[in-house]
Design a protein. Sequence first.
Length: 399
Amino acid sequence: MSIPNKHYGELKDSYLFFNIAQKVKKYQAEHPDKKMYRLGIGDVSLPLCDAVIKALHQGVDDQANKDSFHGYMPECGAPFLREKIAEYYNKRGVDITAEEAFVSSGASDELGDIIDMFDRNTSVLIMEPAYPAYVDANVMAGKKIYHLPTGRDEGFLPTPKSAEKEGIKADVIYICSPNNPTGAVYTKEGLKDWVDYANANGSVILFDAAYEAFIEDPSLPKSIFEIEGARTCAIEICSLSKTAGFTGTRLGYTVIPKTLERDGMNFNAMWVRNRTTKTNGVSYIIQRGGAAVFTDEGQKQIHENINIYKNNAKVIMQALDEVGIWYCGGKNAPYVWMKCPNGMGSWEFFDYLLENIQVIGTPGEGFGKCGEGYFRFSSFGSPEDTKEAAERIKNLLKK
Ligand code: PLP
C-alpha cells in the first residue's frame, strides 16, 4: 500500500514543449539578432470576437446589480448556454437536448475528469500519434492503455480492423477528429465503423471534437452524433478554445446522450451526479461570453478568425506542395502534418529548421513513437510570420 497515487511515478516526463523551449532559448541566446517564426504553438493568436466581448461586458454589469446578480451557477451549466449548445447541434440535424449538453471549463479539464465514470479496471485504446493528455490522464488513473500506432498508409485514420489486427479490445476508445497532431479527419463511413464496433463490443467512444469548427468539407462529420448508433456508445468533448479563442478564457462542453448505458448504469445521470459533487459550475460571466459564440453574429465573427488560420494553413500547404513534400491535414484542420525530408528524424528536422531558417515547429515523435519522421506545423500564428516562414521553408527545402 502506498499513500501517494503510485501511478504518478509511471508518467514519462512531458519533455516535448520543454525541449522545444530549451532549444529555442539556447539558439536565441546565441543569435540575439535573429527573428523566430513560431509555427509550433497550439495556442491561438487572435483576440476574442466582438460579440463575445460585448457579452462578457454585459455579464460583468449583471454581476454589479442586485437584480441581475448570479451566485453559484448550476453545476452542469447555465440553462441559457446548454440550450444554445443543443440548438447548435439541432441546426445541423443532430438530435441533442439541453440536458445532454454539459458546460465545462475546457476540454483538457473534462478529458481528465471524465475518466472518473469508468471502472478502475477498464482498458483504453489510444490511437497514436495523439494529443499527449490522453495517455497521461490514463496513466495517472492506473488504466491499462493500448497504444494503436497508425501511419501514412491508412491516412493516419486507423480502423477497428487495425485494432483487431493488433489484438486490441478496449473498453474505452479515444477518437480525435479533426486530429491533433495529424489534421486527419474521419469520414462518416470511417466513424460508422468505430460506432458499430463500439456498440458490438460494449465499448464507449470518447470523441474529442476540439477542432470541429475547422471542418469546411460539408460531407465530413463535425460530431460523432451525426453517425447512426452513436447515441448508444459515445461521449463528445468539445472546446471553445480553438473555435472561438477561449484558450485563456476557458469554456467547453461535453455531450452525453441519455441513451448511453452500460451494465445498467446511465452515463448522463452519472455525470450529473459527478458534476453536482465535484464542481460548483463555471463562471456566469464566462458562460455569457460562451453563449454569444452560438449566436448568428458570434458564428459569423468566429469564422472570420478561423478563416485567417485556415489561410495560414493554406500558405504552409502551398509551400510543401511546391517542394513536393508529403503532408496531410491543413484543409479541415488547423494542423499540417508533414513527412520530414530525406529520411530525417523529427528532432533532426526541428534543429535543421531552427538553425537554418529560424522556423519552429513540433517534432512528431512527441505525439507517440509512430510520429517519428513526421513534423507538425500549426496555423495559429500571425499571417505575416506564417507567410515568411513558408517562404523560408520553400527556399530551404528546394535546395
Ligand atoms: N483536445 C485536443 C485535441 C487539443 O488539441 C486540445 C488543446 O490543444 C484540447 C483538447 C484542450 O482544449 P482546452 O483548451 O479546451 O482545454
